[in-house]
Design a protein around this ligand. Structure first.
Ligand SMILES: [Fe+2]
Length: 290
């Protein structure tokens, strides 16, 4: 009977034919997202008209992305980051009042098991690189200190590599640590000045984008995740104001509020750098991820 039989699948009806399969019930937000995504994919196919061989190559690329991902390396996150999808999701979900520290992408090198250190400790386990002293204060929008905030930091070394990129060259957990703020919302640690780096080009995502001439550089940065009870978790970066690549970040993570000056300093008679950072948290909002 006309109107109740399913649509015949064709170029003209493809996305409706897909959407028609979703009945009421089930996870409706997921169905909506799936229908929207598939509609866009069908539109793209109709516009770009790939050959079967080209389509097989795309499937092969996505297969490789999966194979390149494990507990040390997350190629899917890299893909999401490089196409600006991660930055856009952050932007939509974590718009904050003026004065609050903005979120940026977490990036592919985060590890959940960073070892805890006492304030003043060094997270450089191999001591290689120009010393950096990082002084951190965590406060609320009124400038009041937040005590007991948990701050996880991770960064690249002086050559621009994270320890999980170089498991045979760097000690495990090098340049990573978890700290807690004191009653003044403060802690400090020693590290080394990170170098900027190329986004990994040895995996399928980097290889594909470098073939297109896409810039794969990131300015030098320190990563932070800051958690405190009753406050929205901050996931962010801090960038060195002196980095020449500040304005061409492949991952769309640089924001003016996140640029800090790494000043010359003296550490134990050695030339070093020092940076003071203030992170401003906002109260957790109902219905938002903490
Ligand atoms: Fe980074």
């Amino acid at each position: 009977m006309a109107g109740s039989s399913p649509l015949t699948f064709s170029e003209a009806t493809s996305s409706q034919a897909f959407a028609e399969r979703f009945s009421a019930g089930g996870e409706s937000r997921l169905s909506e997202l799936l229908v929207a995504a598939v509609t866009h994919v069908h539109e793209l196919i109709k516009q770009f008209r790939p050959t079967q061989d080209e389509w097989r190559k795309l499937i092969a690329l996505l297969t490789e992305v999966g194979h390149a991902s494990d507990e040390r390396r997350q190629e899917w996150v890299l893909l999401s980051d490089l196409i600006g999808a991660s930055a856009l999701v952050e932007e939509i979900n974590s718009r904050r009042p003026r004065g609050a520290t903005p979120n940026t992408i977490r990036g592919p090198f985060f590890r959940a098991d960073a070892p805890e250190h006492r304030s003043g400790s060094s997270i450089s386990l191999d001591g290689v690189g120009e010393p950096l002293v990082v002084s951190v204060r965590v406060e609320d929008l009124d400038g009041l200190p937040i005590e007991g905030a948990e701050v996880v930091t991770w960064q690249a070394n002086a050559e621009g590599f994270y320890e999980n990129q170089q498991p045979d060259l760097q000690p495990e957990h090098n340049l990573r640590g978890l700290f807690r703020t004191d009653a003044q919302g403060h802690f400090s640690y020693r590290s080394v000045v990170p170098a900027g780096y190329g986004v990994p080009a040895d995996g399928p995502v980097g290889r594909m984008l470098s073939m297109t001439g896409y810039p794969l550089r990131r300015p030098a940065n320190l990563h932070f995740v800051i958690r405190a009870k009753g406050f929205e978790t901050i996931t962010t970066h801090v960038y060195d104001a002196g980095d020449p690549h500040l304005h061409e970040d492949a991952l769309f993570g640089v924001r003016p509020e996140l640029i800090a000056r790494f000043e010359p300093a003296d550490v134990d008679g050695r030339g070093a750098k020092a940076v003071n950072l203030t992170f401003v948290m906002i109260r957790a909002r109902p219905g938002r991820g903490a």
